[in-house]
Design a protein around this ligand. Structure first.
Ligand SMILES: [Zn+2]
Ligand SMILES: [Zn+2]
Length: 459
């Protein structure tokens, strides 16, 4: 059965009523734009040849635009895609012996390497861009050191790809220290800090962003990336220390380690932080789903695998960020929600499956009297693993409160619930088979996660 036919066959079960008291309530809050609220699809973490991605930036942006993304952020390591002439970057130095021939030039230039080794640019990468946009689309310069390739800047990418109400680019970068990576979106200046203590680094990056971007006229977003990488790097208490951290990647690429059953997966880490935050009346931590792709033509780099949908009245940075900050978003590894409602008490969801199969929805939450103690599991650094003190929190946190078979379901918060979130998935979808362990749930293929909601929240 084709997807469209399948949707038709199940359409009766999928459509929410378009009228009703909740709709009216929402309409009175946001009257002129309510009809236009849409779930925009985005990837806010991705790499190009500006750092260690395989593709030229225009190839990456084009691929996401063509694959149905509405907003996109190219977040290269420790660099913004600016006009300033440069030859150095993340683990790279391509400074030519004769600088004079670059007089009057702008942007970042990389020299073509004879063969691939991280993070080289090779001829095949240039050819992919030329095949897409024409022979002359890439600016090359023949020098005595070899052929140099000019990268397109954010401004040029914006002129080439952005379309009002159709495709939005959000400039940003990934602040990449040895142990902590954070994304900073909608900023025009970078910072870099390093600290041997991961705990300190989490707080320091958050504080530094507040300091550096304090006077920005536009809002920015800070996301804590791939907490499992390299190996249990980000512990729950590190996130407790900065209740202002609002976003963390829950789905991202794989890591090469297995989860410790007594500790946590990124999804459980998300619950541990939210249980603590709700108990202490601090803001919720919302999940982001990203590819963190380093090559859109390489399947092992998992492009188009994981994304964030944001329900917004308009496709502009302020509207998208405001929606993200109030939890009007969900994350996916293939499955979509047809709708998500939360009226302050009841979370109501419908799935919009892309493939035929058996679906389940789990409502997950934590009770107010959860066990708040934790034990430390010391990983001694043998077996090639880095030494870590891994926090193991109670399994009462992030428990399944109810399970529903099928494409729709609801859960009403009980007086002893701190919050509830929903996760929909295709049963037996298997995993994405790209290694032994994952920074995403074992139910990763065809799954979707709502944000956590508390009494009084409104979506
Ligand atoms: Zn990273
Ligand atoms: Zn990255």
């Amino acid at each position: 059965m084709k997807r469209r036919d399948f949707i038709k066959a199940t359409a009766g079960a999928l459509a929410f009523g378009v009228a009703g008291p909740r709709i009216e309530l929402l309409a009175s809050e946001t009257a002129p734009t309510q009809q236009k609220l849409r779930w925009y699809k985005g990837n806010i973490h991705c790499h190009s040849q500006w750092s260690d991605g395989l593709d030229l930036p225009e190839v990456v942006v084009d691929a996401y635009k063509k694959n149905g993304y509405d907003f996109f952020s190219l977040t290269d390591h420790n660099i913004l895609h600016k006009e300033e002439l440069r030859f150095t970057g993340f683990a790279m130095n391509y400074t030519p012996s004769n600088l004079k021939i670059f007089d009057g030039e702008t942007s970042f230039w990389k020299r073509i390497a004879p063969s691939y080794a991280w993070p080289n640019l090779i001829e095949a990468d240039v050819k992919r861009a030329q095949d897409l946009f024409g022979e002359n689309s890439v600016t090359l310069k023949d020098t005595e050191d070899g052929v140099y390739v000019r990268m397109l800047t954010d401004k040029e990418l914006s002129e080439k790809f952005e379309e009002k109400d159709k495709f939005l680019l959000i400039r940003g970068y990934e602040m990449t220290a040895q142990n902590v990576h954070v994304n900073l979106l909608n900023v025009d200046e970078t910072f870099f800090i390093e600290d041997p203590s991961i705990r300190n680094l989490v707080s320091a990056t958050y504080d530094k962003a507040l300091e550096v971007y304090a006077d920005n006229s536009e809002p920015y977003i800070y996301t804590l990336n791939h907490p499992m990488w390299q190996y249990y790097n980000i512990q729950p208490s590190y996130v407790f220390a900065r209740p202002g951290i609002r976003f963390m990647e829950v789905t991202n690429n794989n890591t090469s380690w297995k989860y410790l059953p007594e500790a946590w997966t990124p999804e459980q880490l998300w619950d541990i932080v939210n249980a603590h935050r709700a108990k202490n009346e601090q803001p919720a931590l919302y999940a982001t789903g990203t590819d963190d792709s380093h090559g859109v033509f390489r399947k092992d780099y998992l492009p188009f695998h994981s994304w964030t949908r944001v329900r917004s009245a308009a496709l502009d940075i302020k509207s998208i960020f405001a929606a993200m900050e109030k939890g009007a978003s969900y994350i996916s590894t293939g499955l979509e929600f047809a709708d998500i409602r939360f009226d302050g008490k009841t979370l109501e969801v419908k799935l919009d499956p892309q493939v035929e199969g058996e679906y389940k929805i789990e409502f997950i939450g934590t009770k107010k009297d959860f066990d708040e103690t934790n034990k430390i599991l010391e990983i001694d650094g043998s077996d090639g693993r880095p030494a870590r003190s891994v926090e193991c929190w109670s399994k009462e946190i992030g428990k399944t409160l109810a399970t529903v078979d099928g494409l729709e379901g609801s859960y009403t918060l009980k007086p002893d619930d701190l919050y509830v979130r929903a996760k929909g998935y295709r049963v037996n979808a298997g995993c994405c088979n790209h290694g032994e362990s994952y920074d995403i749930s074992p139910l990763s293929a065809d799954a979707a996660w709502t944000q956590p909601y508390r009494q009084g929240d409104f979506l």
